[in-house]
Write a protein that binds this ligand. Structure first.
Ligand code: NAD
Length: 480
């Protein structure tokens, strides 16, 4: 049993509540540790540490901050295996995936923002004829709150923390209670890298108590949140009357639009990945696949064959493509959508069933599932399932597919497969999404703005957008 602790003021500390919640291993369904069930008193202790650290950290040189952040990145690289195994055990994702995606990206987040802060600049305006010059001071906000989900635990946790501290803020952060382990391990790395006490404080616990206390804290001036749309709306309701700065990265139901003129093999291979990577538990997964009618039957046959060849297995096995879903309750939710699909005349072409993995019979495994739907308006096509379930249906014209693609409440990302340049531009302009990938999926350049429109979120992370979020612009006007 592993008991984890909060990381406050550079020290691991038991929660003041002295209360704990169990932590499950999704690959075998067993409890393997427990985590602090922190409340507002723990959040207050974290806030105090952050507040105390702020004057010195916010006035430290960019070189000092950058050096520490680059060292954190190096230490994450050096501890790749340990972190990847911890992530896999907590989340159910294949260790092989955590080794090439989650942990390297967490290191990149620190490396990227450690470098970006040295290049961050602000505008100045010479007011000619008025003998005045205006410039913008970009000052750190103070103590900020970062709240993250379970699907890409350390990857998304550090995607917020890194720009926040690079910009000179001090942080009270909460990882998901479902996947707290790598955030716990990060504390030790930060101490080793020389991050001053109190700059980063990590408080573990449930959303309704710990997360709520961070959101409600009167002196935590900004909240950067990634998670479900309903939680985002709840946080916005609390934060708005307190006039907090808010960045919300929320749910998605992303279209994957395939035209007959695409590079077929590349499309097919990538579509398997964009459907089922991380057990389909990535907010960017293309869970609604629309295929031009002329290649629909061929695609259906080839896709189903490839999906059936994916190996569902224990996350530690090298040949596993699909690991376990994150929790029992999530498995039940995803399964319920397969039943909903059937009741709406959806045809299950692949998967649709739980999988029993030998020796791990209590794990949360589900076969990658492809459902052919006859209407884009059915629930499985409209609601976020966030698991290894995709729908497919044909389309006949660009206008028709554009309408269907946009006819959901979400607008996070869209993928487009075509070699027609004019269509690429038309569709990119008209798709209601924060990110459009053309002939690729989840190719990330950390300088680009990242976020969604409609109910997929408010604001943008990434690059200078994140540094802008975590700073307050102040106009200084000097008359000379
Ligand atoms: P969730 O909303 O249940 O939880 C996210 C985080 O918020 C957790 O740390 C949770 O403890 C906390 N939380 C819950 N209630 C809270 C409250 N009342 N106050 C403050 N914090 C609270 O989401 P989840 O199930 O962990 O993650 C899955 C969701 O995240 C999906 O909808 C997915 O699309 C979304 N997501 C979005 C992005 C993106 O970049 N847009 C990325 C990954 C995941």
């Amino acid at each position: 049993m592993i008991r984890i602790a909060n990381y406050i003021n550079g020290q691991y500390q038991a929660p003041l509540t002295n209360s704990y919640i169990p932590n499950y291993n999704p690959s075998d369904g067993a409890i393997y540790g427990d985590i602090p069930d922190s409340d507002a008193s723990d959040v207050q202790a974290a806030y105090k540490a952050a507040e105390t650290a702020f004057p010195e950290w916010s006035t430290s040189t960019l070189e000092e901050r950058s050096k520490i952040m680059l060292r954190i990145a190096e230490l994450l690289d050096e501890n790749l295996q340990k972190f990847a195994e911890a992530e896999s055990k907590d989340n159910g994702k294949p260790v092989s995936l955590a080794k090439v995606v989650d942990i390297p990206r967490a290191a990149s987040n620190f490396r990227f923002f450690g470098n970006a802060i040295t290049q961050f600049s602000s505008e100045s305006h010479e007011s000619t004829g008025l003998n005045a010059v205006n410039f913008t001071l970009r000052q750190p906000i103070g103590v900020v709150g970062c709240i993250s989900p379970w699907n890409l635990p350390l990857y998304l946790f550090t995607w917020k923390i890194a720009p926040a501290i690079a910009a000179g803020n001090c942080v009270v952060a909460k990882p998901s209670e479902v996947t707290p382990m790598t955030a716990y391990l990060l504390g030790e790395i930060c101490t080793q890298a020389g991050l001053p006490e109190g700059v980063l404080n990590i408080v573990h616990g449930l959303g309704g108590s710990t997360g709520q206390a961070i959101t409600e804290h009167p002196k935590i001036k900004a909240i950067s949140f990634t998670g479900g749309t309903a939680t985002g709306a709840h946080i916005a309701r609390i934060a708005a009357p307190m006039f907090k700065k808010l960045s919300l990265e929320l749910g998605g139901k992303n279209p994957n639009i395939i035209f007959a003129d695409c590079d077929y093999d590349d499309m097919l291979q990538t579509t398997v990945r964009s459907s089922f990577a991380n057990q389909g538990q990535i907010c960017l997964c293309g869970s609604r696949i629309f295929v031009e009618a002329s290649i629909y039957e061929k695609f259906k046959t080839d896709f189903v064959e490839k999906v059936n060849a994916l190996k569902v297995g224990h996350p530690s096995k090298e040949d596993t493509n699909i690991g376990a879903l994150v929790s029992k309750s999530h498995l039940e939710k995803v399964k319920s959508y397969i039943d909903i699909a059937k009741s709406e005349n959806g045809k299950v072409l692949a998967g649709g069933e739980e999988v029993t993995v030998d020796g791990f019979e209590n794990g949360y495994y589900l076969a990658p599932t492809v459902i052919e739907v006859s209407s884009d308006e059915c629930r499985v096509n409209q609601e976020e399932i966030f698991g290894p379930v995709v729908t497919i249906m044909p389309f006949t014209s660009e206008d028709e597919v554009l309408q269907m693609a946009n006819k959901v409440k979400y607008g996070l990302s869209a993928t487009l497969w075509t070699n027609n340049l004019k269509r690429t531009m038309r569709m990119s302009q008209s798709l209601q999404a924060g990110i459009v990938w053309v002939n690729t999926w989840m190719m990330r350049d950390l300088r680009t703005p990242f976020g969604g429109v409609k109910e997929s979120g408010v604001g943008r992370e990434g690059g200078f957008e994140a540094l802008r979020f975590f700073t307050e612009p102040k106009n200084v006007c000097i008359k000379y």
